[in-house]
Unconditional design. Structure first.
Length: 234
């Protein structure tokens, strides 16, 4: 498996420089420049697309308050996958996120929230109407941990030469390469073009896509019985 060190050694090979023996603790010019490029690339590439390699599920148990403690995971990068937020006990989709105008309208009593709805504020989730305590909520999100240590623990930054990326190794290599060239004041346009082409290809094949029927009859989804929304008895 490729590590930060082996990726940077590959970059050195492609620019005809001596292979480094260390990166995170390296003090020479190559190690310092390529380390910065690797960090910038990890952040930028992870934010470029909702990569399936970074897709995670978060669950939390509600409290009988508007603000829900524990509703945002520690590796939250700000992206919830739309349509995945559910109250699993009530078997209801949680609508939202509400904008500030909608939220204040509900708070003023001008509009009543009949089913669960939410908004984000101060890195937490707020729910209306106030839920009962002890209910399970769940949603999918994109993790900010685009690399991991040798034990498999996620990280949002390189910390050791043995760290490994959770994203495609070749994309990381190409991204670090053009950023390194740019950082050294060298010609990087051709390397950037190659990188962008590979990123576009990776995005097109990431996670596969559903077939969309132009006739309006979607036969690709799972078969489900039609039931009323909510935890009704049948």
């Amino acid at each position: 498996m490729a590590t930060l060190l082996s990726i940077c050694q590959d970059v050195a090979d492609r620019v005809n420089l001596a292979r480094p023996t260390q990166i995170t603790n390296g003090v020479n010019q190559f190690a310092r420049t390529v380390r910065g490029a690797a960090q910038r690339e990890g952040i930028a590439l992870s934010r470029r697309w909702s990569w399936q390699a970074l897709l995670r599920e978060h669950t939390f148990t509600s409290t009988a308050t508007t603000v829900q403690a524990g509703s945002i995971p520690s590796d939250w990068d700000g992206r919830m996958i739309q349509g995945t937020f559910w109250n699993r006990d009530a078997l209801r989709l949680v609508e939202g996120p509400l904008d500030s105008r909608e939220w204040q309208s509900i708070q003023s009593g001008g509009v009543s929230a009949v089913t669960d709805a939410f908004r984000f504020r101060d890195r937490l989730i707020e729910l209306v109407p106030t839920p009962a305590a002890g209910q399970t909520y769940a949603y999918e999100y994109i993790s900010s941990h685009w690399c991991e240590d040798s034990a498999g623990d996620g990280q949002a930054a390189w910390a050791a030469d043995t760290d490994v990326p959770r994203l495609d190794t070749e994309l990381m290599t190409l991204g670090i390469l053009w950023r390194f060239l740019q950082g050294r004041g060298l010609e990087f346009a051709a390397a950037l073009v190659d990188y962008e082409a590979e990123v576009m290809k990776a995005m097109s094949r990431d996670g596969s896509r559903r077939v969309i029927s132009l006739s309006g009859m979607d036969r690709e989804g799972p078969r489900r019985p039609a039931v009323p929304e909510g935890s009704w008895s049948l």
